[in-house]
Every structure is written in C-alpha cells, then in structure tokens.
Write a protein that binds this ligand. Sequence first.
Ligand code: PEP
Ligand code: MG
Length: 305
Amino acid sequence: KKELLLQLKGKENVTLDGKSINIYANIGNVSDVANVLQNDAGGVGLFRSEFLYLETTDYPTEEEQFQSYKAVAERMAGKKVIIRTLDIGADKQVDYFNMDKEENPALGYRAIRICLDRIDIFKTQLRALYRASAYGKISIMFPMIISVEEVREIKKIVEEVKAELRDLGIPFDDCELGIMIETPAAVMVSDLLAKEVEFFSIGTNDLTQYTLAIDRQNPKLDKIYNPHHTAVLRMIKMVADNAHANGIWMGICGELGADLELTETFLAMGIDELSVSPSLILGLRKKVRETNVDAVKDALLDRLK
Ligand code: PEP
Ligand code: MG
C-alpha cells in the first residue's frame, strides 16, 4: 500500500475531470520540513509558530525566530510557506507570558488578541517574518480573527514594521497576507474580510468547537464533537463562496482537510487548497485523482441540506 502511494510522488493533484487543488503540509517546527519534502507537498499551508515559543523558557528573540523562518523558507526552495503568527492561550499555555488563570480560556486571552495587546511581541515576530521573506516565499496568516477592525489594525502594524525595515535598508518581500477563519463571526463577515486580505484558511478544529459550543479538549464530548455537522459544512461553503466572489483563494488547514470522506465535497465547493499532516498527503492525492467532480457535484452539495 505504501509502495503504491509512493508512486504518486511527482504526480499532480488533479481530478479525473481536470480540476486541480493544492495539497500543502502542516508543520510545527523546522525539522518537520524533511517529512514535508519526502511526501511531496506543494508547500507548507500552516506553520504553527507557537511551537517556537512553547519550546523555550523565555521569549524567543527576533534573531532566533528569523533563523527558524529562514531555514523553513530556504528548505522549501521557492514553494509557498504559510507561517501563522503566535497562537497561544487556550490549550497552549506558556509560563513566561504570566497569563492570568481564566474561567474560559478558549473564549479568552489568546492568539491575535494577545498580539494586538502586546504589540512589542507581535512586532518582534513580524520583523523576523519579513526579514526571512527575502529567502523564500513566505505568506503570513493571522489566527482567531473575529472582525474587519482587527484585520485593519494588523495591517497598520504590518506597515509600520515594513517601514522600519525599509529605513534600516533590510531587504524583504511583500508577503501575501491571510487570515484563519475559525470563529463563526469570521464566517459571517467573510464577504467583508475577503476585501481586506489575500487568502483565507479555515481552522476546522476551532471552527467546530465554537460553532457547536463543544470544548475540543473535553474527551467526554468526543462523541458529539462532529465536524461533519451541517452547520460546519455550510460555513465552509459560505467561506469558499465569499472568497471566490471577491477574487481571493481559500483553503482548509484544520484536521477536516484530510478527511477523505469529504474530499469530494471540498472539490465540489471549489476549495483551492488543503493543508494536512505530511503523512496524509499522498493518500489525499490518490483520492483527488480518483474523483470526478462534475459527476458527483449535485449529490455532494446535498450534504449541505
Ligand atoms: C484549527 O483550529 O483548525 C487550526 C488549524 O488551528 P489549531 O488546531 O492550531 O488551533
Ligand atoms: Mg485554531
């Protein structure tokens, strides 16, 4: 079985009726890149940068972060690398941030909310990202977005960072900017958000949690934590439609992206990219190559009813 999958290396992610999709990989640190290349990913769709913060006993410096982002960008040799800015809080606690204990951490001080409150930390990361962008093809993605105002504030800070680098004569690329769609609020204003950014990536792990009001960490609720819920699938369709109506691309980087039961549905929705763990890439490619989207389109969209 493994041998058969290996024969798919170098092949395109294209359906029987000629529709193509990008299959990228999710990673947590620099050493994962070997696995990404081994499994022939088209790019990195989610680099969870918080692991740089979780592995250390104090804030990682700009230089330390720069070295990690640069290493990933260089090893991916011109393929797209989407790096997500710090997403801690909730399930990922870091001691040196000295955060207050919260009643509802999943609804609390986390991710972009921390970055927009502690702009020094955010700018350090952005400077490292932009410096690394000169060594490959880096896109930057922001987690836990709920509003257009947040995105505008982020873009203002990004412009400040770029101006600072320009003044210092440090080279950088104009990185593609995108956001995670992982809150119901972001889904409902995705038509407006699509006018602010260049891509969307749906975080189905959190989107399922917040849509169904089910703690993704509570094993007692595993049985009803259902990312196939019609509410979640309708949201994914809505995000795809709003992205495409506004001329931007969209993908999925939550676990659901790798769910082979839904691959046909995602293709029928016109999803542009699926980012999955490296070991699942070739199996997903096989599934894509066996699908005829036109033949099953109506049946698949029935899933939404
Ligand atoms: C998600 O929420 O689906 C996601 C990809 O992000 P994380 O699992 O890191 O919260
Ligand atoms: Mg998430």
